[in-house]
Design a protein around this ligand. Structure first.
Ligand code: KG4
Ligand code: ZN
Length: 349
């Protein structure tokens, strides 16, 4: 791979349109040099899917089709830029729901064909990683994370621990053996009768709960960098069943707080161990679950590592992060042809 330091390129300003439709957010953004956000438009489908208790794939694809044109148009308008003033169109190619990814990729292809602007396919997990390089939407500068670093990407679909050696150079250390962290939040919320999406409702319920009320298992998986949350989920289910068999009221707030504490403990412990082992002083935590207050606190309330966590709006799915990853891919020389297809199960490394 060529040296992709920005100082080695003649082009001082690279503006990229990002498009993201991997799950239930239709998003478009314009970002300059991988960090300055000119616009960041997100049309969320959360309310539409809440009635099903999770993302309904066909409904998601149709909703993407309905709004994508307006979302892209709005992102250009808010950035005060014409399509022809952009350098590339970066779009999520995977992982994600095939029917949702197809909508964003086809939109990006059509724009690329019409404007002759290069197309760059982006891995959604790489997008979450690069959210740590973005300045805030109101222009506050963010310190660039130095290498090597350890990154924990925790979302509804992924829980991955990565060693990042340099831009675009990764080693995957581990990941979940069963449920992703966000998926565990969503499933436990459902069994506690809390609303979808589960992460924010568990966080809310746990504010009035005692995290020490139940001592749920933390699967340590010694000797590996993997996580597992299915045992924890089963333990919550068993506890709920035992309490209801007794005819007692379900202590939802204590269960939520104790579950949340167990997830955060498992994620933080392993990430700190990895940072220590690989001599990384800096840690990135990103993805939807990194919006969790207790998780953020577990990472930021220690002084051994510097932790980079994006602001809440950049933790959950957005297109600014896709445009940010697109910038580094653009500098590396990546250009994709109009024949590229979606990759619903695309691993980062
Ligand atoms: O990154 P994201 O928007 O989409 C995927 O790529 O999956 O992450 C969505 C996930 C959902 O499982 C949601 O429950 C979780 O992030 N989430 C949270 C919080 N906010 C969103 N989990 C825990 N605490 C939160 N505050
Ligand atoms: Zn995501």
């Amino acid at each position: 791979m060529p040296d992709i330091r920005p100082e080695n390129t003649d082009q001082k300003t690279v503006r990229i349109l990002g498009i993201e439709t991997s799950c239930d957010e239709t998003a478009a953004a314009v970002v300059e040099n991988g960090k300055n956000i000119h616009s960041n438009i997100i049309a969320s489908q959360v309310d539409l899917h809440a009635q099903y208790g999770g993302v309904f794939p066909e409904v998601a694809s149709r909703e993407h089709i309905r709004v994508i044109y307006a979302v892209v148009e709005q992102s250009l308008k808010q950035a005060h830029l014409d399509l022809k003033e952009l350098d590339a169109i970066a779009v999520t190619r995977g992982p994600g729901l095939a029917g949702s990814l197809v909508v964003g990729l086809n939109m990006a292809k059509a724009l690329s064909l019409a404007s002759k602007i290069p197309l760059i396919g982006i891995n959604h997990i790489e997008g979450h990683l690069y959210s740590a390089w973005l300045n805030t939407e109101d222009g506050q500068k963010v310190e660039e994370p130095p290498f090597p670093l350890v990154a924990l990407i925790v979302s509804g679909g992924h829980s991955t621990l990565i060693l990042m050696h340099d831009h675009l150079k990764y080693t995957r250390l581990g990941g979940t053996l069963d449920d992703a962290a966000g998926e565990a939040f969503d499933k436990v919320a459902r069994l506690l009768n809390l609303s979808y999406p589960g992460g924010p409702s568990i966080q809310k319920a746990s504010e009035k709960g005692n995290p020490l009320a139940f001592n749920f298992p933390r699967s340590r998986l010694e000797g590996s960098w993997d996580f597992s949350f299915s045992g924890l989920k089963t333990a919550v289910l068993r506890t709920v069943k035992e309490i209801s068999a007794d005819g007692s009221a379900i202590p939802v707030e204590n269960l939520a707080a104790s579950f949340q504490a167990a997830v955060v403990d498992a994620l933080a412990t392993k990430t700190f161990e990895a940072a220590n082992e690989f001599h990384a002083r800096d840690i990135i935590v990103a993805g939807g679950v990194s919006a969790n207050r207790v998780l953020r606190n577990a990472f930021t309330s220690q002084k051994y590592f510097k932790v980079h966590i994006p602001p809440l709006t950049l933790c959950t799915d957005n297109a600014a992060m896709i445009a940010a990853a697109g910038y580094w891919r653009f500098l590396s020389g990546q250009r994709d042809g109009l024949e590229i297809d979606v990759l619903p199960n695309w691993p980062l490394t």
